[in-house]
Write a protein that binds this ligand. Structure first.
Ligand code: ATP
Length: 672
């Protein structure tokens, strides 16, 4: 499909989209909706709630696609995101709309009548007077300096969002459907990916269609391609098909591969600025092997911002690979689909090859158990609905080995720790990576980190959640990680103060199926007991490591305190002791009960060979020695960390294998 500039009018396309159904009864109120229409009507369920959130979710969807794409070809990701503010005049000229000055001012929401204005100004003058009076008396005034003028709903703000990556790129012919057909994508298999639903990019396009009416622009090229694709399209909401404006091949002299997506939408940078930057920062924590360049451009130069999140390691987690279904993870519909799609002929081969953890002998036993109607050689496509139900019933009741986590790609304890240290600079950090666990036949791995102290960390528990290496920023309260950290961890046990310490809790969950609540990928519910239990153990593991360090720190502090106290009491103690000894030595000659060392001491006291000063010096020396020994003991056990230190990052060898050494206080990685 090449260049196609013609653009059917909306009227035409809606006429086409709703053919009259001749059989529809006259009084029927039945209607159908296309998936695109459904999501346009309910865009909030995909995270497109209001203009600010739409800007945030658009950035997020594009960044996550960029990372998925680069990682799928094992390329260290380089992602450039630019948000360019577009003023109203510029926007109008982009869409060919002449600027228009207000004629009937009273029509507008922010209109302030002369009387209201007079009243407001009088009030402001009064406040200023009070403030001046208070200032002269040295008092602070609580009144705000100005009262608010009437605020209308405000003008819409428009932004051009561009995201460029160095990933796989997209095949020329697939691009229109990838961006212009809701629920189409390449990530539907059983595989750990950030994307899943085939929805995100289309939602951004639907929002642009709803707010600016401008099409999306895609440039893309795949490795080794001599051309790049340029495609400009929007979406026919009623028919859920791409509406192509331009789709053409261009020269690719630089041998570039990747994708550049550009979209113009309404948004709100002011209210979502911090969320977007937060998202980028957390993405840098969980993806320290990626380079992100984030730019905000505006006509007002002091609003401009450039943030670069530099790559800190070139070790990428292994590529997650597609796996087969576990027999306990399938339902009737899925079994039917697998039967329809399988290339295997008979039942034995089908069971053996379309599922994990069913060996040949196991498959034979299962078929025997299904009943006399079944045989290993029977054609799988000839199974009746009843027979499929029987198979499903057996799958639910039979015992199968758990699926392995080999197909998963967790961030890795090394990367997680590096990310936390790089972005937060905590005083202490502990990380833990668990083994693969299972829920409903899907493997999952939980990794956790707990840090104490650090830059820009608030007092109390600060939660950082990640699912399939996506930061989750919204709906925090209902999430399994938040609930576990706040309600099920007894921080006191680990000598951590939940209110006064700056605690960072990082939990990253990866799985072939993340049980998100809703398509917005904002939180994981607390109702899956396997996940909740693993999250709890992982956080506890980190806390135990920290407790070890904290206890040592407390001991060192107590010891210092003890030394200070002992030293403070030395003069009093020694003079009291000396007085007693003096008294005893005065009567020693008359009594014979003192012998040996005691008698020697009393004699020395009486001849002033031992004085108050001698006792003082001896006791001070003793306190000093005990303190030194204890300090040495502490340092050998916990390492000296008061010395000047500098972070160093070792360049890794490409294609090498690594061996991790885990200790309660560090992870050491060796190339082998
Ligand atoms: N930057 C990109 N590079 C390569 N392919 C891309 C890129 N962006 C999108 N795609 C392709 O377009 C498809 C649709 O993307 P979309 O964001 O709509 O859904 P998704 O990522 O599959 O799932 P989700 O809705 O869960 O994000 C993707 O599956 C992918 O194949």
């Amino acid at each position: 499909m090449d260049s196609e500039e013609s653009n059917p009018s909306p009227v035409e396309s809606s006429k086409k989209s709703k053919p009259k159904n001749p059989r529809k009864p006259k009084d029927s109120v039945l209607k159908q909706k296309s998936p695109a229409e459904f999501f346009a009507d309910n865009k909030n369920i995909a995270g497109f709630d209001n203009p600010g959130k739409c800007l945030y979710t658009t950035v997020r969807e594009l960044v996550e696609n960029a990372l998925d794409s680069a990682e799928s070809i094992s390329k260290l990701p380089m992602v450039e995101i630019t948000i360019e503010e577009i003023g109203r005049n510029k926007f109008n000229s982009m869409i060919g709309l002449a600027n228009h000055e207000r004629v009937d001012a009273e029509l507008y929401d922010d209109f302030e009548s002369a009387k209201a204005r007079e009243k407001r100004l009088a009030k402001e003058a009064r406040i200023q007077e009070i403030q001046a009076k208070n200032a002269s008396m040295g008092k602070k005034s609580k009144e705000p300096l100005t009262t608010k003028a009437i605020k209308g709903r405000g003008e819409a703000s428009y932004y051009r969002v561009t995201c460029k990556d160095n990933g796989r790129g997209m095949p020329h012919d697939d691009i229109p459907n990838m961006f212009g057909r809701v629920l189409s994508g390449t990530k539907y298999g059983l595989k750990q990916t950030r994307g899943k639903f085939g929805l995100g990019a289309k939602m951004a396009l639907i929002w642009s269609k709803m707010s600016t009416g401008l099409p999306i622009e895609i440039s893309s090229s795949m490795k080794g391609q001599t051309y790049s694709t340029f495609c400009k399209l929007d979406i026919d909401i009623h028919r859920n098909i791409p509406h192509i404006h331009v789709h053409e091949k261009r020269d690719n002299k630089e041998q570039w591969h990747g994708a550049e997506i550009q979209i113009v939408i309404e948004g709100n940078w002011t209210t979502y600025r911090s969320k977007i930057l937060h998202y980028m920062r957390q993405m840098a924590v969980i993806t320290p092997y990626a380079e992100f360049l984030f730019r905000f451009l505006s006509d007002t130069p002091d609003k401009n911002a450039t943030v670069r999140f530099t790559r800190r390691t070139d070790i990428m987690p292994p590529i997650p690979h597609e796996t087969k279904y576990h027999p306990s993870a399938v339902d009737l519909l899925l079994i039917k689909r697998l039967i329809a799609e399988t290339s295997k002929q008979n039942l034995l081969q089908f069971l053996q090859h379309e599922f994990v953890n069913i060996s040949k002998s196991h498959a034979e036993r299962l078929i025997g158990e299904m009943g006399p109607d079944f045989s290993p050689k029977m054609l799988v496509k000839s199974l009746t609905s009843q027979q499929i139900v029987r198979m499903h019933q057996l799958f639910r009741q039979a015992k199968f080995d758990d699926p392995s986590g080999d197909c998963l790609s967790p961030a890795g304890e090394y990367n997680l720790r590096l990310g936390i240290i790089k972005e937060l600079h905590p005083d202490m950090v502990a990380t833990y990576s668990g083994s693969a666990q299972v829920f409903e036949g899907h493997p999952f791995i939980v990794e956790a980190g707990v840090s104490i102290g650090g830059k820009d960390v608030k007092l109390g528990v600060n939660i950082f959640r990640f699912a399939n290496r996506i930061p989750l920023l919204f709906e925090q309260g209902a999430d399994v990680v938040t609930r576990t950290a706040l309600k099920r961890i007894n921080w006191n046990t680990y000598k951590i103060n939940q209110i006064q310490d700056k605690i960072g809790v990082f939990v990253s969950i990866v799985s072939t199926k993340i049980p998100f609540k809703g398509t917005g990928k904002e939180y994981i519910g607390d109702d899956i007991s396997e996940i909740a239990a693993t999250v709890k153990t992982s956080i506890q593991q980190c806390c135990s490591q920290l407790k070890f360090k904290i206890v040592k720190k407390i001991q060192a502090r107590e010891q210092q305190e003890r030394k200070r106290n002992l030293t403070r009491y030395i003069p009093d103690v020694t003079s009291a002791l000396y007085d007693v000894l003096k008294e005893m030595s005065a009567h020693a000659a008359k009594r014979t009960r003192y012998t040996g060392e005691d008698a020697e001491l009393l004699k020395n006291v009486s001849v002033k060979a031992v004085t108050d000063q001698t006792l003082r010096e001896k006791l001070a020396r003793h306190v000093e020695r005990v303190d030194y020994e204890m300090a040495l003991d502490y340092a050998t056990q916990s390492g000296v960390n008061e010395e000047p230190k500098e972070n160093i990052f070792v360049q890794t060898l490409e294609e090498s294998q690594f061996l991790d050494f885990h200790s309660p206080v560090f992870v050491f990685r060796l190339g082998i």
